[in-house]
Design a protein around this ligand. Structure first.
Ligand code: BGC
Length: 485
């Protein structure tokens, strides 16, 4: 902490920061991918003359691909390594976006979006893993926050670029242009070092040591970290077996799955994918729809800072309660306005304001916090498996939300669709109360001990009676900003 910053340490810090920023760019790709489709759907629908149902498939094929990619990535990142997995992900990203831009039919577009999804599934599994493994202990949290923030920035950039291309109606450019940041990202990846933890897993200790020396610029520190990694690796990952034989582990896996279901069924991605359509239903013309969508993206970025600033002060549960309540009110009022009929300009703006309120509710709470919690509640031995299950659930639920929204609008109507999501957010307040633990300021070891002792899920974040006893825990893959060292 009080080491003199020698040139080698400064050089090492620069290398580490560069490495993390580059890996965090995977978050940007994730965001671009989520955001890019919303502005394009109306133009695609016009050109290919397809139904809402086909549009739902074009939107959702990406999430299906992502679910498959996330599944494959856990195997691939162990076999090929994190760096090569990221390279493969980025290559698929470039190929997928170019294919989207060139698609000659709706079917082709579905396939291209699936390829894009594979890319993102790989990146969303591998990038946080890699980040947690290369970031220095002290800045690891901040680096992972950066990743989360990058997702929202990616969504915003995609919304802005869609808006710009909407003036000539060129959906092919909207979908194809993201190949450019993808290609830059791909090039940058070749300069990344391999993850020291992965090198150790493959028995390449000397290489792991070299990488750590380069990243930390301090041999003593690098050796200590190497010893830490060796110790961690002595706890073998035995997720599936543990799942079969240990009821407490099944509870934590169930909790991770539930948390991601809650995140997705807030309805956030309904707005991410279909915002222009929602603004159309409020009576706005095409350009206004896209500009408001860009404002949605900006609100999402800015409100993420609220979560980053508050999570360690207020704790997870108060923020989740607030977020779900804000979302329930926001969507409830949007539904009511649609029910009553939006006639005047003031009513339009008020409804937009309520939709933005909903976005703030998500970005300040469930957006970042669910990922945090999912990484905190799994025991070390089953962490990869547990996080794999919850990430997979995230994408499957994401797909269901994306694949049903237009059908819901057409089936039960605008107001009822928003009320449905509003009601779900109310239920999530109750579920948070009953099932979600408060994990603020508790070590991951303590959470694991409580879980395995059979404490109810909502109590697994209880600090030990003789607090101070447990030393801060070294964070594992997918660890997050909010668990401070
Ligand atoms: C969610 C995504 C969502 C994004 C919006 C993430 O935490 O997992 O599904 O699109 O937040 O910012």
């Amino acid at each position: 902490m009080n080491a003199v910053a020698t040139p080698s340490i400064i050089h090492a810090r620069t290398t580490a920061v560069f490495t993390c920023i580059l890996a965090a760019l995977a978050g940007l790709m994730f965001g671009l991918d989520i955001g890019v489709i919303s502005g394009a759907t109306s133009f695609i629908q016009k050109e290919f003359q397809v139904s809402d149902h086909v549009i739902e498939w074009i939107v959702s094929a990406m999430m299906l691909g992502a679910a498959a990619g996330a599944l494959g990535a856990s195997w691939m990142s162990a076999m090929l390594g994190r760096k090569r997995s990221l390279i493969l992900g980025a290559t698929l990203f470039v190929a997928g976006s170019l294919l989207c831009g060139a698609a000659g039919s709706a079917q082709m577009l579905v396939i291209a979006r699936f390829v894009l999804g594979l890319a993102i599934g790989i990146a969303t599994f591998t990038a946080p893993l890699y980040l947690a493994e290369v970031a220095p202990e002290k800045t690891r949290g901040a680096m992972i926050s950066l990743y989360q923030l990058m997702i929202t920035i990616g969504i915003l950039v995609a919304f802005l670029s869609d808006t710009a291309f909407s003036y000539n109606g060129n959906w092919r450019w909207m979908l194809g242009v993201i190949a450019i940041p993808g290609a830059l990202f791909l090039l940058g990846l070749f300069f990344l070092p391999d993850s020291p933890r992965w090198l150790m897993m493959r028995g390449r200790t000397q290489q792991a040591k070299d990488v750590l020396n380069r990243l930390r610029g301090d041999e003593g520190l690098a050796n200590r970290e190497l010893a830490d990694i060796a110790e961690q690796l002595s706890t073998p990952q035995r997720g599936w077996h543990l799942f079969q034989e240990n009821a407490n582990f099944r509870r934590s896996v169930g909790l991770g799955v539930l948390l991601q279901l809650m995140q997705q069924f807030t309805g956030m991605n309904v707005v991410m994918y279909y915002a222009p359509r929602i603004f159309e239903n409020m009576g706005y013309d095409q350009h206004a729809q896209l500009w408001f969508t860009a404002i949605v993206g900006l609100t999402n970025v800015l409100a993420t800072f609220i979560a980053i600033g508050l999570v360690d002060k207020l704790g997870r549960k108060p923020i989740l309660y607030t977020g779900f309540a804000v979302m329930a009110v926001g969507l409830g009022v949007v539904g009511a306005m649609m029910h009553a009929g939006i006639a005047s300009h003031a009513q339009q703006l008020f409804t937009v304001g309520m939709l933005l309120t909903f976005i703030v509710g998500f970005a300040m709470s469930a957006g970042p916090l669910i990922w945090t919690l999912c990484s905190e509640v799994q025991p070390l031995k089953g962490r990869d498996f547990g996080i794999g299950c919850s990430t997979f659930t995230n994408w499957i639920a994401n797909m269901i939300v994306g694949a049903t929204f237009l059908s819901l609008l057409n089936g039960i109507g605008n107001a009822a669709t928003f009320w449905l999501y509003s009601g779900l957010n109310l239920i999530f307040i109750a579920l948070t109360f009953w099932l979600v633990p408060e994990t603020k300021g508790v070590t991951l070891e303590q959470i694991e001990r409580n879980l395995m002792a059979g404490l109810p899920l909502r109590k697994i974040g209880t600090p030990p009676a003789a607090s101070h006893a447990s030393a801060p825990h070294r964070m594992d893959a997918h660890a997050t900003a909010q668990e401070s060292a």
